[in-house]
Design a protein around this ligand. Sequence first.
Ligand code: NDP
Length: 289
Amino acid sequence: MAQIIDGRLIAGNIRQEVKQAVDAHTSAGNRAPNLAVVLVGEDPASASYVRGKAKASAEVGIDSDTLTFPDTISERELLSEVTRLNADTNIDGILVQLPLPDHIDETRVINAISPKKDVDCFHPASVGALSIGLDGFAPATPAGIVQLLERSGIETSGAHCVIIGRSNIVGKPLANLMLRKGIDATVTVCHSRTKDLSVMARQADILVAAIGRAHFVTADMVKPGAAVIDVGINRIEDASRERGYRLVGDVDFDAVEPIAGYITPVPGGVGPMTIAVLLQNTLKAAQAV
Ligand code: NDP
């Protein structure tokens, strides 16, 4: 039976730490940290994520401004909003909620954010800093995973970490973090062209699934005792639920849990960590001013 890694509990502890640090920051005479969240269009999922970020910020004493624009906003107008936020000394962090409408080049918008305010760690300068081990903002989901491991007492030094998925927001930055001095894992990154994926996965002391396919990781892919981190969020039909679906991860939890040493549930594993790291990053941006 695996030990369940409780992401809600760990994220709650981090939020508490951030709250205490924000209190100390403001008690020292500084204004509260301020996060600007840019939302374009009316996608319900994006709107819900943005509300969650604003609520979590408020709970730890971080001010947040949500700037909402219609999906008819031009790329040029959006870029000038980002430029304005970059120059605003009352704003510490800028987050542009993705995805953006098709007529806007996401890369161009991300590249316009000042690296000093890039609390999502998507700017190429932030990604470069991460890859050569410089201090900077932490990529939210990967840094959340590392903190889950550390705070659960899972040894990373010398561990073989196999990551399934090579996206720019999860797989690749996580590989960079796990390779860092002090974390010291040996890292293998797999993707859709990887041969013998099961054989690769079974070598993992720490197996991370960031694929986006429900129940992809089956029991035969897991080494007994391994720590299994499930990043995936997938909807599957469930007639027993009022909304007609439920959320599951990339790991077949019921089959893998008896074999693994540690496992994250979905929901309640990696998910809550992402906002917790965003709060840590916003505090860090404010402290750097
Ligand atoms: P992407 O779609 O960007 O990347 C998926 C990766 O999985 C790709 O590298 C792809 O390979 C690989 N892949 C797809 N099919 C296979 C296969 N059959 N065998 C091996 N590898 C495969 O996804 P993201 O990284 O953005 O997200 C992954 C999952 O994590 C999603 O469910 C997403 O919702 C969730 N997520 C959760 C977060 C959280 O806070 N909990 C945050 C971010 C994401 P290739 O590159 O070759 O196509």
